[in-house]
Design a protein around this ligand. Structure first.
Ligand code: C5P
Length: 220
């Protein structure tokens, strides 16, 4: 069996991370959360006083932080310059600024290179989740999944994760982030022509995982 590469893309709150981790664990594959990498570079910009509305400043600083991702689906890790940033990259401030930072072409080139190197090194294969994995990062993936769900279902799930968050405010923040991610010029959020679309609105996590695992088994 050769290394199997699975790309899982879609908007925020569709269950990409939960699904990707469970699929990787079930199949003995590595796991990469590419959103965490864009969050990490955004966190570094904020922490170092780089104006996230200034694309030229972000481009200049884009190769400064050292971002290292651990790929164990049971406990993925992410560090910036050796510091564990898994908690601070999930704040509402980072969520509100990450689309602007990730739209800068120099940032995408740098982070895409990291992603391709990690995938190439995963001898057992890997599940990579994000926005542009099937279209740009790993266009030759063995299986491409595009997860969708209604905005209401996505907001309810995300507000449930961020205990106490207001569902309507969460819905508005998600819709705004998706519009920015879909509308940017460089590798926008988009479904690859050869992706399988899975609408998770009415499905449990286990149903989605079973479906994706079955699709991988068909292809290997
Ligand atoms: O997946 P998550 O919601 O954590 O991603 C955070 C942000 O990172 C997205 O809203 C998007 O702006 C950016 N991103 C991206 N390309 C990817 C993954 C994430 O631009 N492959």
């Amino acid at each position: 069996e050769s290394a199997v590469i699975v790309a899982i893309d879609g908007p925020a709150g569709t269950g990409k991370s939960s699904t990707s981790k469970a699929v990787a664990a079930a199949l003995g594959l590595r796991y990469l959360d590419t959103g965490a990498q864009y969050r990490a570079i955004t966190w570094w910009m904020i922490t170092n006083g780089v104006d996230t509305a200034d694309a030229a400043a972000i481009a200049t600083a884009s190769d400064k932080p050292a971002i290292v991702s651990g790929t164990d689906p049971a406990g993925p890790t992410i560090t910036v310059d050796g510091e564990d940033v898994s908690a601070p990259i999930r704040t509402p401030e980072v969520s509100a600024r990450v689309s602007a930072v990730s739209a800068v072409p120099e940032v995408r080139t740098r982070i895409t290179g990291l992603q391709q190197a990690i995938a190439a090194a995963a001898e057992t294969g890997i599940v990579v989740e994000g926005r542009d994995i099937g279209t740009t990062v790993l266009p030759d993936a063995d299986l491409k999944i595009f997860l969708t769900a209604s905005a209401e279902a996505r907001a309810a799930r995300r507000a449930g994760e961020l205990k106490g968050a207001d569902v309507e405010a969460t819905r508005q923040a998600l819709v705004k982030r998706d519009a920015a991610d879909s509308g940017r010029a460089t590798s926008p959020l988009a479904m690859a022509a050869d992706a399988v679309e899975v609408d998770t609105t009415e499905l449990t996590l286990q149903q989605v995982v079973d479906r994706v695992v079955a699709l991988v088994e068909e292809r290997r």
